[in-house]
Design a protein around this ligand. Structure first.
Ligand code: HEM
Length: 351
């Protein structure tokens, strides 16, 4: 399927093959680093978002009376899907042990189950899942595949600074540095209390959209003391306290790309799509029922599940170069860590 929202261009095989080569190099570098960082006999974690705050059971209910243009894929009918939701910190494995008060990006992986229809990944066409991955900042800090490779080379040398500022070749990436700083420096009381965005775009039939998730108007944000925040795992413990006492509701929303595609590009996720120009529209309610999730079995499942934006119906296919990179990388890293850990990769079918 082609990227909707993208200007039609003549087929460019050279560009496609040079992108595929760059993605293969990115994937190889990430695998190599993860292997090097994992001691013999040690369990291999995710490369990104290794620290989970909890995996919770949820129910994803599509809104009634949606306009026709939004009635696509999982949003076609006002039905409910059971869902797993994994909350995480973004920092890579070297920082798995960092206290939650450290500056970091927070992420959420939502996995709907019971989703009928053939999926886009060749090896998982029969899977009954649809994933949505979001982070707590509206934009990503890397524009495209070539830049991601430059960034990865810089970070694998232990210092990401040359990506943002280099004398030879001379390059300043001020916009990207600003996005990263804004994303990292946010106070978070609970993983349930914050807003998340998909950052990268997705198809919605013939349109392009971005996703966002926010607490519903009934949510009461917890007030944390200094002592609460001194706890290295306060995000897990705060969420456990909240879900031990009450159900929590969240709004899942989409933002449509409009005709002004230069202002709402598909190929540069560092550019904010203006909410004034195209407001987010609520398409589903997520209910996270009161539950005890901090158990050994649930924490093990959080490790063993694989989330990827490419667990998807074609109607919601991920768009743009950064998402095409993720298609290869998430699958490769998930396969690697499951093989090393001796765990079978399997999409869940229920709770
Ligand atoms: C080229 C860019 C990116 C690369 C290479 C990348 C890579 C990865 C990898 C390797 C994982 C672990 C997968 C696994 O082992 O199961 C992961 C997890 C994750 N990524 Fe990305 N990522 C990228 C961009 C993004 C963006 C733009 C978002 C924005 C929302 C995002 C959100 C997440 C989240 C929420 C998880 C955790 C999913 C879970 O709970 O398992 N990533 N990423």
């Amino acid at each position: 399927m082609s990227d909707p929202g993208k200007r039609p261009v003549a087929a460019d095989n050279n560009a496609a093959s040079s992108e595929a080569d760059a993605i293969a190099r990115i994937s190889d570098m990430m695998q190599k680093k993860l292997r090097e960082d994992t001691a013999a006999g040690e369990r291999m974690p995710r490369d990104a978002h290794p620290k989970a705050h909890g995996l919770v059971q949820a129910e994803f209910t599509v809104a009634e009376n949606l306009p026709d243009e939004l009635r696509v894929g999982v949003f076609a009918q006002p039905v409910s899907f059971p869902a797993w939701i994994r909350y995480s910190n973004g920092a890579p494995r070297s920082a798995t042990q960092k206290p939650d008060a450290s500056n970091d990006v927070r992420g959420v992986g939502i996995k709907l189950m019971g989703v009928a229809g053939e999926k886009v990944l060749a090896d998982e066409k029969e899977a009954m899942t649809q994933d949505f991955l979001l982070c707590n900042h509206p934009v990503f800090f890397i524009r495209n595949v070539p830049d991601y490779e430059v960034f990865l080379k810089a970070t694998s040398g232990g210092n990401p600074l040359p990506f943002f500022f280099s004398l030879w070749p001379f390059k300043i990436r001020f916009h990207e540095a600003k996005v990263l700083v804004q994303a990292l420096f946010k106070k978070v009381s609970s993983p349930l209390a914050i807003r998340y965005w998909s950052q990268t775009p997705y198809a919605l039939g013939d349109r392009a959209v971005k996703y966002s998730l926010q607490p519903s108007s009934t949510y009461n944000e917890p007030v944390l003391s200094k002592a609460d925040q001194a706890d290295a795992d306060y995000l897990r413990h705060t969420m456990a306290k909240e879900l031990g006492a009450t159900d929590v509701y969240l709004d899942f929303m989409v933002q449509l790309q409009d005709a002004d595609r230069a202002q709402m590009p598909v190929d540069d996720p560092t550019i904010l799509w203006s909410e004034e120009q195209s407001p987010f529209i609520k398409v589903a309610t997520i209910r996270i029922p009161c539950q005890k999730f901090d158990t050994a079995a649930r924490n093990q499942l959080a490790e063993d599940l694989s989330f990827t934006p490419w667990h998807s119906l074609p109607e919601h296919q991920p768009l743009g170069g950064i998402n095409r990179t993720r298609r290869v990388v998430y699958e490769t890293i998930s396969r690697l860590r499951h093989t090393v850990n001796g765990v079978m990769r399997k999409e869940p079918s229920g709770f």
